[in-house]
Design a protein around this ligand. Structure first.
Ligand SMILES: [Fe+2]
Ligand SMILES: [Fe+2]
Length: 475
């Protein structure tokens, strides 16, 4: 393994120094990236010292270095998981053949598009979250926000490395365009719609890191199976960092719930208004935020029947998360029973090739993964002696992509009249009053160990530091 100097301009384990052309190209992109970071990354706080982890190797023990760093001085490096010289294609029509170290000509534009679409989400989320620092509920949370932000920046670097190293001139142009599209911009928005939704409060941030970063996990796991080995190795390492982002969402929602339960206990009521007046977030409001972000994130998996998805699988470009779990890695004849609207207010089964249903197949395992988080939060509510339970809405609810797109259903997935849907939607999703209330709670708490009143402290700090550690030294 190459020795990595994490103080290098671009720390890496791809022996960048041996490829001058590539190194120069990336060094030219770097100032544009830093300009983007300064203009569209976190507002203010750039001069504060943040207790951050920086990836310095891909060694499972000790891959990260923890220290105070100013965000603009964070080292956005390029790290690929260790190569496996014997790796063969693990699924699709070319199963068993050697993986590709270069991009096959016939898959070039498809792979480029897949990498660009993944890459586009990384800076998008930083842009979406840029205002949140000011209203952080604690220094611990502020640090976690910035950790997520710098790592999403590193994930952009990971994709830009692939574009520069393997896609020549068009790759370099795409890398520039990744800094030109902006979240929510009217003329040049980010590619996927969820990444154009503003995240202006911390409840949304926790929902985003739980539900939307989890979509990211499933996409990365699918790419970690790719026959294009550099992509597989890049994504494998990104998953290491991604786990913390979902931890932030999962524990964030747990802590909000715990605080609400405390207030319910103190007041002896579950009346939403009383809970709000006491400065905590009532459980039904949390449920409405959950409905919004879950349904929005489901669309990211793409249409439930997709010839593109079938081709990605057949050609070995994009597999299923943890492909080894399955018995059949070719799935040439397998049929999938897909539930589609019957046009008469109900559903019917359409039998389609599993390859065409790959998006849906992966979406189903995503939903199962989400359920685990809900079960944890519900155990807290149960233990506190309350009957309320968080529920994932049906995958049919509020979809804008696939067979159920624009089919009005209630959160249980029962098709209903458009007028009934329109009349009730405001009670299923955060409304203006909910947003105004949540916004009213958002005030920065910047004293070490102190927490905003709507969230419980974490169970432990970062890297064995105490919860009241000064995770951010404000400039
Ligand atoms: Fe990411
Ligand atoms: Fe992430």
């Amino acid at each position: 393994m190459t020795n990595i100097d994490y103080q290098d301009r671009i720390p890496n384990n791809v022996d960048l120094g041996a490829n001058r052309t590539l190194q120069r190209a990336l060094e030219q992109w770097q100032p544009a990236f830093l300009r983007w970071w300064n203009e569209l990354g976190p507002t203010d706080f750039q001069a504060s010292d943040v207790y951050l982890r920086t990836a310095i190797s891909v060694d499972t023990k000790g891959w990260a270095h923890y220290d105070y760093v100013r965000m603009p001085d964070y080292r956005w490096g390029i790290f690929l998981a260790e190569p496996d010289a014997n790796r063969t294609i693990g699924f699709g029509d070319d199963m068993g053949k050697p993986v590709w170290q270069q991009v096959p000509g016939e898959h070039r534009s498809t792979l480029r598009r897949l990498i660009v679409t993944q890459g586009d989400t990384e800076p998008a989320s930083v842009e979406q979250q840029r205002q949140l620092g000011h209203s952080a509920p604690s220094l611990y949370d502020l640090r976690n926000l910035f950790q997520v932000n710098v790592e999403e920046g590193r994930h952009l670097w990971a994709m830009v490395y692939l574009l520069h190293a393997y896609f020549g001139r068009d790759g370099r142009e795409e890398a520039e365009a990744l800094l030109q599209r902006h979240s929510g911009a009217a003329d040049n928005p980010r590619i996927l719609s969820t990444f154009n939704e503003p995240i202006s409060d911390w409840l949304s941030f926790f929902m985003f890191t739980f539900f939307t970063d989890r979509d990211g996990k499933f996409q990365l796991k699918s790419f970690a199976e790719s026959s294009f080995d550099p992509l597989a190795r890049t994504c494998r390492f990104m998953l290491t960092e991604e786990a913390h982002h979902m931890f932030v969402g999962d524990t964030g929602i747990s802590r909000v719930t715990r605080r609400t339960l405390e207030v319910m206990d103190e007041l002896g009521t579950d009346d939403p208004l009383a809970i709000r007046n006491a400065g905590a977030i009532d459980l039904p409001t949390i449920q409405r935020y959950l409905n919004f972000w879950f349904s929005s994130s489901l669309d990211l998996f793409g249409a439930d029947t997709s010839s593109n998805a079938a081709a990605y699988f057949a050609n070995g470009l994009k597999g299923r998360p943890d492909e080894k779990r399955y018995v059949d890695h070719v799935e040439r004849e397998t049929i999938y029973d897909l539930e589609v609207p019957d046009g008469k207010g109900g559903a019917r089964i359409e039998r389609i090739p599993l390859r065409n249903a790959m998006n849906e197949f992966v979406r189903v395992s995503y939903v199962e993964d989400c359920e685990k988080g809900l079960a944890r939060w519900n155990r807290l509510i149960d233990a506190a002696g309350h009957g309320f339970r968080f529920r994932l809405p049906s995958v049919r609810f509020r979809r804008t992509v696939g067979s159920w797109a624009n089919v009005p259903t209630d959160p249980d997935g029962t098709p209903i009249a458009q007028s009934a849907y329109d009349a009730q939607l405001a009670s299923w999703l955060p409304g203006a009053a909910d947003r105004a209330f949540i916004t009213s709670l958002m005030h920065g708490v910047f004293e070490p160990g102190k927490m905003a009143g709507w969230i419980a402290p974490p169970e432990k700090g970062i890297k064995d530091r105490p919860v009241d550690y000064e995770y951010v030294r404000l400039a």
